[in-house]
Design a protein around this ligand. Structure first.
Ligand SMILES: Nc1nc2c(ncn2[C@@H]2O[C@H](COP(=O)(O)OP(=O)(O)OP(=O)(O)O)[C@@H](O)[C@H]2O)c(=O)[nH]1
Ligand SMILES: [Zn+2]
Length: 300
């Protein structure tokens, strides 16, 4: 059994109700999931934790103030691409944007097919775009670093938010935590919001980097070598695009970094699977070694 075999936030299950209302119900079946989110567990490197299931839309939140970072957005998009959920980009704190038009253009350059929504919690109409985007019956989860305004958005959607009045100070982004016991919240418009601490900051455990960098994939079709790493090979169409200014060097670097991280995670997952198999068959590595020794001994 792995973490995926247990129910999590967002799951649909079939339960047997108890004979006495005071007793606990029994989960008899976990229904198939259409999307799954895993994250790395601190400490043991290869362990994964299931954080949510059945999210329809992942709202990738990034503030337009000093938090603005295209590379982080690419990372979120790569995680979203492998999750089974669709991704939308939610740009927050539009009132704090130093150069809104240029920032939107830059986001459009990495967004791919993801819709882009702009929010400003200091204005009454500032969340209209997000509200109009959300559909009844669908489940949404907010992802984004601390302080970008996720709680502010969720509180508004729940109908209990007041407008943000003063400008944000650096210190506001940290320290004050809006921890809530509610993990799955039905909104009055019929949408559902999943908000858990684990869901907010996902590591790159499962990611589809290639899907997120379709532009680089398309260029790579023209590289001389089919296994080109786009680093120093002759006839590399990706490097040529960087040289001509068609592709930003930072975007290529971001792609390489995420690919490397993804490969390392795949490695870790492979090792974790192997260890689980050994545990199942022998009860542990030590027992396996003793068993092999015994077999060799008997053969003599
Ligand atoms: N100027 C401005 N400030 C905002 C806006 N939205 C949120 N803030 C402020 O930004 C700070 C952080 O907002 P939160 O909603 O708590 O951020 P969060 O993403 O939920 O943060 P965590 O709970 O740490 O994950 C607060 O001081 C908000 O008042 C906005 O549109 N404009
Ligand atoms: Zn190449």
């Amino acid at each position: 059994m792995g973490p995926e075999d247990f129910p999590t936030v967002g799951d649909w299950v079939q339960v047997r109700l108890p004979d006495h209302p005071a007793d606990a119900a029994m989960i008899e079946r976990l229904n198939d999931r259409h999307s799954v989110f895993l994250r790395k567990v601190a400490g043991r490197r290869s362990d994964a934790q299931l954080v949510a299931a059945n999210v329809d839309w992942l709202l990738l939140c990034m503030a337009l103030d000093a938090n603005f970072n295209l590379r982080r957005l690419e990372r979120y998009l790569a995680v979203a691409a492998s999750s089974g959920a669709q991704a939308a980009i939610v740009l927050t704190k539009a009132d704090q944007a130093p150069a809104l038009a240029g920032q939107l253009e830059a986001v459009a350059g990495v967004a791919g097919v993801a819709p882009v929504l702009v929010c400003d919690a200091t204005q009454t109409a500032g969340l209209d775009a997000l509200e109009a985007f959300m559909r009844p019956g669908l489940t949404y989860a907010f992802l984004g670093s601390s302080g970008v305004g996720k709680s502010t958005l969720i509180n508004h959607l729940l109908g209990g938010g007041t407008l943000v009045t003063q400008a944000v100070r650096e210190s506001d982004a940290h320290g004050r935590h809006t921890t809530t016991a509610r993990q799955l919240m039905p909104l009055s418009n019929g949408s559902v919001v999943i908000d858990t601490p684990g869901m907010r900051e996902l590591g790159l455990l499962e990611a589809d980097v290639d899907a997120t960098f379709a532009d680089i994939q398309a260029l790579a079709q023209h590289c001389r070598f089919s296994d080109c790493t786009h680093q120093h090979e002759p006839g590399c169409a990706v490097q040529a695009a960087v040289a001509s200014g068609e592709l930003a060097a930072e975007r290529l670097a971001s792609y390489q970094r995420l690919k490397l991280e993804q490969a390392q995670n795949n490695d870790l997952r492979g090792k974790a699977r192997e260890n689980a198999k050994i545990d199942r068959m022998f009860g542990g590595k030590k027992q396996m070694k003793a068993f092999m020794k015994e077999v060799r001994h008997r053969r003599r």
